[in-house]
Design a protein around this ligand. Structure first.
Ligand code: PHE
Length: 344
């Protein structure tokens, strides 16, 4: 009996030492320590031994049982640790690896310029107002003192829209000036408003012409507004946008909806007025059209021109970054070439 137990012990321990996974270990446990296992049946057989042998055989068997159980536990713990290490090894994160690049967007140069312009006028008390790009002939021309067949219509090459009656009443606005009328129709003075937006021209595109671009319209109407308010406001704007030292020049210009009408230029910020390529050797750069709101326009919206006066101005937006950064082709703005856009 004792040799049998001795062999069982040796065999069990030898098998145990070769086991390298938990399912094999469980089979081993069933084989030796289970209810029908080898050691259990030996213990059951103790009863048939003569009484004097029973004691020592029983003690030995119990020692082996305790030993095997202890070894089992040790083995199980070892295997579980190995398994954990394997899992950790597989799922490990190398914190020293570089991360995935996050592509960052940026604001379009037009958006940036628009925001800059709006900020300047908002700080002077102007409100931002927006309106439709599909416009009536009435707002784009008629109410702005440009009747049908007036030669001044040639100033704006127009995209006309097809209408049911086939007449020319709907168009893509050629400038933001219709917003002057829309605003004055809905509010009473005092008005200080800035109206940015897209405008459209039916033109062959080239380096200085696009069929779509942005304008910003300005309008101030109140009692007692004079030409010096126009000049002071726009002069301040030019200095904030182009630098403190800028000079401004106002010269007569013609727009049917203002009287008098002017064009404003600043002294060239590249050559400081001496003459260079940017300013076409004139020393001056034209940046906007403006004027005192025509009494005829005020009458249209039921403002009494004997009580109210106002000034208006309009400027192209893309022209400003073109001048500042020396961009020589307006088509770059909406060509969506990232190599261009990423520079801003
Ligand atoms: N709307 C004019 C244009 O597009 C600019 C302008 C606006 C001139 C307001 C005078 C007053 O050319």
């Amino acid at each position: 009996m004792l040799t049998e137990l001795e062999e069982l012990r040796t065999k069990a321990l030898a098998e145990l030492s070769r086991i390298d996974n938990l399912s094999e270990l469980e089979k081993w446990r069933v084989r030796y320590l289970g209810r029908k296992g080898a050691l259990t049946s030996v213990l059951r057989g103790l009863g048939s031994l003569p009484i004097e042998d029973r004691r020592s055989a029983g003690a030995t068997a119990n020692d082996i049982k305790a030993l095997l159980e202890a070894e089992l536990q040790r083995k199980e713990q070892g295997l579980r640790e190995k398994e954990l290490v394997a899992v950790l090894e597989q799922t490990r994160i190398d914190v020293s690896l570089p991360g995935y690049p996050v592509p960052l967007g940026r604001l379009h140069p037009t958006t940036r310029t628009l925001r800059e312009i709006c900020d300047i006028f908002v700080s002077m008390g102007f409100q931002i107002v927006e309106g439709p790009e599909v416009e009536w002939d009435y707002y784009n021309f008629e109410a702005l003192n440009i009747p049908k067949d007036h030669p001044a219509r040639d100033m704006w090459a127009t995209f006309w829209l097809d209408t049911e009656s086939g007449d020319r009443s709907r168009l893509l606005r050629t400038h933001t000036s219709p917003m002057q009328i829309r605003l004055m129709e809905t509010v009473r003075p005092p008005i200080r408003a800035l109206m940015p937006g897209r405008v459209y021209r039916y033109e062959a595109t080239d380096a200085t012409h696009e069929s779509m671009f942005y304008q910003v319209e300005g309008l101030a109407v109140d009692q007692g507004i004079t030409m010096s308010d126009l000049k002071g406001t726009l002069f301040e704007f030019a200095r904030r946008l182009f630098g403190e030292g800028r000079k401004a020049r106002f010269r007569c210009d013609y727009f049917p909806f203002v009287e008098p009408g002017v064009e404003m230029a600043i002294d060239c910020f590249i050559c400081q007025g001496a003459g260079c390529r940017l300013c076409g050797n004139t020393g001056w750069i034209e940046i906007l059209g403006a004027g005192m709101v025509h009494p005829e326009v005020l009458r249209r919206v039921n403002y009494d021109p004997d009580i109210y006066t106002g000034f208006a101005f309009g400027m192209g937006v893309e022209r400003i970054p073109m001048l500042r950064y020396g961009i020589d082709d307006i088509r770059l703005f909406y060509g969506n070439d990232l190599r261009f856009l990423k520079q801003f």
